[in-house]
Design a protein around this ligand. Structure first.
Ligand SMILES: [Zn+2]
Length: 330
């Protein structure tokens, strides 16, 4: 639920509920993207992997403190007019001219924010400030991943307009949590240079948008084989009623969707690696490996992970940080 406003004791609930892709999705995407980088970048990113993975959800956590944060995570395409995914300007400055800044802040602008973050990352690489490099690399990844979630590109972002409330976290959190063991997380992609990053992120947005009809239709179809009690789990917390989909429903929904979520997760990692690489190339390929290559232990660890990544064994070998438990990570 993207725009839920909560305070006090509900804050923790809010962070969990508001998490786009959920903690698991974001963290997994950031880790996989590291393995897709060329060696000239991979060592450095791997050296900082636990920080990158852990902070991949930081932009969601900022939402509770920063009113302007939320609209960086989505774009409600329908509010920008007919066929907006194909008609919206590629660049922020043209979008401001066309719609005005207030509309963009209200209706969301994730694809433009991705480009802003990419430019900040390029500047950070150029300046050689390691803290800034990590900061912008992590945030950039978050927004790219959000753009791959179909429910982040529609005004019906939680199924609230079609009597399917709760669909947001079903798609991006519940299903991946339940199904990740079955996902193919194999590395088939190598980071490539993006000549037109703005076109690339818009392509991703369009792909998310094209998935939407099926995201909604699948829920309706699966509902036909469930009673209300089988479909929802009702919990009372702090005197409020919370209705969530049951695991049984999430499993049936996932089966009906097929590989969609798995594919979007991998596409997110692929495009993230491409963006990181492009920012680095645009900054003149600064040397990130200084001193790192002497660390044999790290090199060996990375090699083991790369092997597991290629064979889809990260989970089996307990190398996927997002599944190693939040106690260990936090
Ligand atoms: Zn987000």
């Amino acid at each position: 639920m993207k725009r839920l406003i909560v305070t006090g004791s509900l804050l923790l609930v809010a962070v969990i509920v508001c998490s786009s892709w959920g903690f698991l999705g974001h963290r997994t995407i950031h880790q996989l993207a590291i393995y897709e980088l060329p060696p000239s970048m991979r060592y450095y990113f791997h050296q900082n992997m636990s920080e990158i993975v852990k902070n991949s959800v930081r932009p969601d956590q900022r939402r509770s403190q920063d009113k302007e944060e939320a609209s960086k995570h989505f774009v409600d395409l329908e509010l920008y007019g007919d066929s907006a995914a194909w008609r919206m300007p590629l660049l922020w400055k043209d979008a401001v001219k066309k719609y005005g800044k207030d509309s963009l802040l209200k209706c969301g602008y994730v694809p433009y924010h991705v480009i802003t973050m990419k430019e900040k990352l390029t500047a950070a690489f150029r300046n050689g400030n390691k803290d800034s490099i990590l900061f912008y690399a992590i945030d950039l990844g978050h927004y790219i991943s959000d753009a791959h979630v179909p429910l982040h590109v529609t005004e019906n972002y939680d199924g609230q307009l079609s009597n399917q409330k709760g669909l947001h976290s079903l798609w991006e959190s519940m299903v991946p949590e339940i199904e990740i063991q079955k996902y193919d997380l194999r590395g088939r992609h190598k980071a490539k240079y993006l000549k037109h990053p703005e076109r690339s992120i818009w392509r991703a947005v369009r792909q998310s948008y094209k998935l939407l009809p099926d995201v909604f239709a699948a829920e309706k179809e699966v509902t036909r084989s469930f009673t209300e009690a089988e479909k929802y789990r009702v919990q009372i917390r702090n005197g409020r009623e919370y209705k969530n989909y049951t695991s049984a429903f999430a499993k049936a929904y996932s089966a009906r969707l097929g590989e969609t979520i798995n594919k979007q997760l991998i596409s997110s990692a692929n495009l993230l690696a491409d963006f990181w690489y492009t920012a680095w190339v645009d900054a003149g390929c600064p040397n990130l490996n200084k001193g790192l290559l002497k660390n044999e232990k790290n090199k060996e660890a990375l090699q083991v992970e790369m092997e597991a990544f290629k064979k889809n064994q990260l989970l089996e070998k307990k190398l996927l940080l997002s599944k190693q438990g939040s106690d260990k990570e936090d």
